[in-house]
Design a protein around this ligand. Structure first.
Ligand code: URA
Length: 439
């Protein structure tokens, strides 16, 4: 088979056969397909989409491109469950959910991604923690999940390697925002992780990959139906991405906000709502609770009691990071040399979150090219929520940059990305909708 014929077939609107999809996935996994052919097919899929059957075949082939974990012999006394987000800005939820769900009796083998397009990646954020190994060997990964209850790691070369390569090429070729590609990317990792249940955080709004609410619902339905075909019980929560989640965006800054949450120092209300809704949904989907309020209370207790913080520290130490990270995170995290507040005037009424995400890339906190090294210290803190009255006392955000020039450049971008008005906007919804599939 000639790969150019596969590209041509999809370019002309055809439906790829199983053998063509397998050829693509094999070439991704063993590196034999050059990046230009991979990106051409990704663009053809982006433009002409895939049928449900093509998406399911791609998902299974990518999941099986490496090791598929099986926890049945591990002697775990709870369900193996995870959450995954379709991608947002300021989304540090994984660092909270994994230890909270573990404190509630779940086992969470969380295989996360790097930054994608304008969104940040959990793996990059985790690498802000000195010594933390995001690519442990399988034995270590299994042991940490079994003994501590959770392990947040990145994609290793063994788990869904086809997605790892495709993901890095999509990141820099404007081929991210495709329902079949997002579905296959997310589910291949989750199927390879051997989960019993999955909760999807499907983002909606100006920082989401899908351009409209309806398309986000379509994405949620695609993920739920494809997961069901692979025997993975999945539900989805549609959450708001019309503004940065929490008060920070950027790798180390988001880790610090997550640690402040675990320390119970500061739990920003929208972040708190998203974390508790997703974590409660994990307990429901995994069958550990059947009432949402009781489930949310159990998750809340795991944070306020300090149990989730303790689990995070144990996970961090087991993966090579400091064992006192939650309490002393500021001591360990890199800080940028320049910190510049950005001022506006009036009520903050709307934010172009994609532009905010792109401004993090401009600062060096995200990639423009495959394999680029990031400056993990840069980003935004003190990000004002929509509805805040901005004046000389209350900035829009504080920019953390490597140089005064970079800060000045991003100041301009941020001011363009944000709208203000003399009158306050109406309150925005954080949790839009829940969708679930067949058991
Ligand atoms: N997260 C993933 O893992 N893959 C995507 O394509 C989008 C979000």
């Amino acid at each position: 088979m000639l790969f150019a014929d596969v590209i041509r077939h999809k370019r002309d609107g055809g439906v790829l056969g199983d053998a063509e999809i397998q050829f693509f996935v094999d070439g991704l996994a063993d590196g034999s397909l050059p990046a230009e052919q991979v990106s051409s097919l990704a663009m053809a899929i982006f433009l002409n989409s895939m049928t449900f059957d093509e998406t399911a075949t791609l998902t299974t082939a990518m999941a099986e491109s490496g090791t598929v974990l099986d926890w049945s012999s591990a002697g775990l006394d709870g369900p193996v469950v995870d959450k995954h987000s379709t991608g947002g800005v300021g989304d540090k939820v994984s660092f909270l959910l994994a230890p909270i769900a573990a404190a509630c009796g779940c086992f969470v083998p969380m295989i996360s991604g790097r930054g994608l397009g304008h969104t940040g990646g959990t793996t990059d954020k985790a690498e802000s923690i000195p010594g933390y190994n995001t690519a442990p060997d399988f034995e270590t990964f299994r042991k940490v999940v079994k003994t501590i209850g959770c392990a947040v790691i990145g994609q290793t070369s063994d788990l869904a390697p086809a997605d790892r390569r495709l993901y890095s090429i999509r990141d820099v070729t404007a081929t991210v925002e495709s329902i079949p590609l997002i579905t296959a990317s997310i589910l291949s990792k989750k199927i390879a992780a051997g989960l019993n249940a999955l909760v999807m955080d499907v983002k909606v709004g100006s920082g989401a990959f899908m351009p409209t609410y309806e398309r986000s619902v379509d994405l949620a339905k695609s993920i739920i139906a494809t997961a069901a075909k692979a025997g993975l019980k999945t539900s989805a929560v549609l959450t708001d991405m019309n503004e940065v989640l929490g008060t920070t965006a950027g790798n180390a800054l988001e880790i610090e906000e997550a640690m402040a949450f675990l320390r119970n120092d500061y739990r920003e209300s929208r972040l708190d709502e998203v974390v508790l809704a997703l974590c409660a949904e994990m307990l429901l989907t995994a069958g550990l609770e059947d009432d949402v309020d009781t489930a949310a209370k159990r998750c809340d207790d795991a944070v306020s009691s300090g149990r989730a913080a303790e689990i995070f520290d144990r996970m961090c130490a087991s993966l090579g990071g400091p064992g006192d990270f939650v309490d002393n995170s500021r001591k360990y995290l890199a800080t940028a040399p320049v910190q510049k507040p950005v001022f506006g005037k009036g009520y903050l009424t709307a934010v172009d979150v994609r532009a905010v995400g792109n401004s993090i890339i401009e600062l060096g906190g995200g990639r423009r090219q495959v394999g680029e090294t990031l400056d993990l210290s840069v980003g935004l803190s003190d990000v004002a929520p929509i509805g805040t009255y901005l004046d000389a006392q209350r900035p829009l955000a504080v920019i953390h940059a490597a140089s005064p020039d970079a800060a000045a450049h991003v100041e301009k971008l941020l001011l363009e990305a944000c709208s203000t008005s003399d009158s306050a906007p109406s309150e925005s919804v954080v949790i839009h909708q829940k969708l679930s599939g067949p058991g």
